[in-house]
Design a protein around this ligand. Structure first.
Ligand code: PEP
Ligand code: MG
Length: 583
């Protein structure tokens, strides 16, 4: 029966070259903090600990399965013979059925194959192969065979019992926890305090349990040990693949399963033990000839704001609002929830500038799959501002929430996926109307330039917008007709292609003509060589992942404006392969 409210959902997470669907779990936050580590999954109540094995352990795990099956066979033969002797041949024959099941290739060979191909422990392989066989039995119309599922569970239970080691639960678990080089996230159905107390807590990065409440002993222990913990997840042991990398937020009670590499790297960076804290950076970054440049951060979570400041961000140049709301179907997120989410960022930013982008999602991500019967998964369809304009009540709701949250703060609003000045006028008119209704001033509204049409017509857009922000991630894919999430055309996805650079130069000129600020907020700016080219094209403002800021600030210190211009000219006129070498 489905669990309600659901304890897991999927969110879209940007990966640098696209976005990925990530499984998220929600539970009860019981011990604050963030942690990252491989999952060790244990079902302690069922005594079937599940974990992944290394390549070199496959043979020994297969041998364990053979030994347990052999032991089960001799036990069953002995029971059968005893039953025959005491109760007669007919009852004894029941155990022949179990013996047949034990040697059925659908069980033995399948379990062996699961160990070999999926690298799972023998217990897990037996459970999985058993479940598959059980399903086959259920599907057979023959009532006699359907009745046999009781025998099958009996056999499976016996094999699993024979797989059990003599070790105590805790000793056994500690062995699993030490299989990984880094501390693990221990995912259990429940963690009795007696077992918890014996665990090697130095091997634990975080705890996650299906059961549990805030006041459970395990939760108290986790808090006192300073280990992030989320409990009450209900289904974590069923759905978390052992060995998956988990990002645990013990403050929010949320776990991401196998988040994108960029997120893992950023989190590791954030959580890394720093021998000597890095000095906090501030003020404009300077080129080698002391020309000031402005660096801002792209963030997704309010908690990341202090890190962005430490890394030298002047403000926040891109807050992807759909991600701030945790990937929930946006159509269901009411105005007040949105106000709070935006406020959480703005309050942390205090008096620094924050640019929040309106939702850049498809109807599917919006929670409106019914909006278009044939919804193309291509990125040329209904998304971003287009979607907001055909569902004005949703855009108005977001704009109202932004105006309310931004009152008295330095908020700017950014419209994504714009292709014409008409869209900008309609959206800014909508913003003005909502602000007027609220009796509050409308925040300045800018435009993402991420489609060739917008770049080619940047001057006109600049007239209608307060500022421009170049989204090079999308601009590159649309200019080169190379889907940023399709690995097959990855070699064609080249932000330093002269065509992309020429469009960027047009945007800079268009913005200048109308005295508008213009920034780059795509990944391109975080590449040191490309950053130099962008400076050469006239850009002075950049927004990037906070983890890239320090290195970018250092890189620009190495080059003068004249060198940057030279790099840009070479890249523009000598082709993409001749783009400037890294400083
Ligand atoms: C971009 O397209 O460059 C951008 C910053 O937006 P996103 O990556 O969210 O599409
Ligand atoms: Mg984009």
């Amino acid at each position: 029966m489905p669990i309600w409210p659901p304890t897991h959902w999927r969110r879209w997470w940007p990966t640098g070259s696209g976005r990925r669907d990530v499984l998220m779990l929600t539970g009860v936050a019981v011990a604050p903090g963030e942690a990252l580590g491989p999952a060790v999954v244990a079902r302690l109540r069922a005594h079937d600990v599940r974990y992944r094995i290394a390549n070199e352990d496959v043979a020994s795990e297969q041998a364990r399965l053979v030994a347990a099956s052999d032991r089960t066979r001799s036990q069953l033969e002995e029971i059968r013979d005893r039953t025959r002797h005491v109760l007669g041949t007919e009852l004894g024959a029941m155990f022949d059925v179990q013996l047949l099941m034990l040697t059925d290739p659908l069980l033995r060979e399948r379990a062996d194959a699961l160990i070999r191909t999926r690298h799972v422990n023998a217990e897990w392989a037996v459970v999985e192969a058993g479940e598959e066989l059980m399903q086959r039995l259920r599907a057979i119309e023959d009532p006699y065979l359907q009745e046999r599922h009781g025998d099958l569970s009996d056999v499976l239970g016996r094999v699993r019992a024979n797989l059990q080691r003599n070790d105590s639960d805790a000793g056994w678990l500690n062995a699993q926890l030490s299989r990984f080089a880094e501390p693990c996230v221990f995912v259990a159905d429940d963690l009795p305090i007696s077992v918890a107390a014996q665990l090697d807590w130095t091997r634990l990065a975080a705890l996650a349990t299906d059961a549990g409440t805030r006041t459970a002993h395990t939760a108290i222990l986790a808090r006192s040990m300073g280990i992030p913990a989320v409990v009450g997840l209900q289904e974590a042991t069923r759905i978390v693949p052992p060995g998956a990398i988990l990002l645990v937020d013990g403050t929010a009670g949320v776990i991401a399963v196998d988040p994108p590499q960029t997120v893992i790297a950023a989190t590791r960076h954030r959580l890394r033990p720093v021998a000597a804290p890095q000095p906090s950076l501030s003020g404009p970054a300077l080129t080698a000839d002391d020309q000031p440049l402005h660096f801002f951060a792209n963030i997704e979570r309010p908690e990341d704001v202090p890190f962005a400041w430490r890394e030298g961000a002047e403000g926040l140049g891109l807050v992807r609002s759909e991600l701030l709301l945790g990937g929930q179907p946006i159509a269901n997120v009411n105005e007040q929830v949105q106000v709070e989410a935006y406020r959480a960022v703005l309050e942390r930013a205090v008096d620094r500038e924050v640019t929040i982008r309106t939702f850049d999602i498809t109807p599917e991500e919006m929670g409106l799959p019914e909006l278009f019967e044939v919804e193309s998964r291509e990125r040329l369809g209904m998304r971003g501002l287009r979607l907001g304009l055909v569902r004005p009540e949703l855009l108005e709701r977001q704009l109202r929430a932004l105006v309310r949250a931004g009152a008295g703060r330095r908020l700017r609003i950014l419209f994504p996926f714009v292709t014409s000045s008409d869209e900008v006028s309609r959206a800014t008119a909508m913003l003005g109307a909502q602000a007027e209704k609220l009796g509050l001033p409308p925040p300045p509204a800018g435009v993402m330039v991420e489609v060739p049409a917008a770049a080619l017509d940047a001057g006109r857009l600049a007239r209608h917008a307060a500022f421009l922000s170049i989204g090079t991630n999308d601009l590159t894919q649309y200019t080169l007709a190379a889907d940023r999430s399709d690995v097959r055309v990855l070699h064609l996805y080249d932000p330093k292609h002269p065509a992309v650079l020429k469009l960027i130069r047009m945007v800079v000129r268009g913005a200048r003509r109308h005295g508008r600020r213009v920034a780059v907020c795509g990944e391109m700016a975080s590449d040191a060589a490309l950053l130099r080219v962008l400076i050469g094209l006239g850009l002075r403002e950049f927004s990037m992942a906070a983890t890239s800021l320090r290195q970018a600030r250092e890189a620009v210190r190495e080059c003068t404006l004249a060198e940057a211009r030279d790099a840009a000219l070479r890249a523009l006129y000598e082709g993409s392969a001749a783009a400037a070498p890294a400083p």
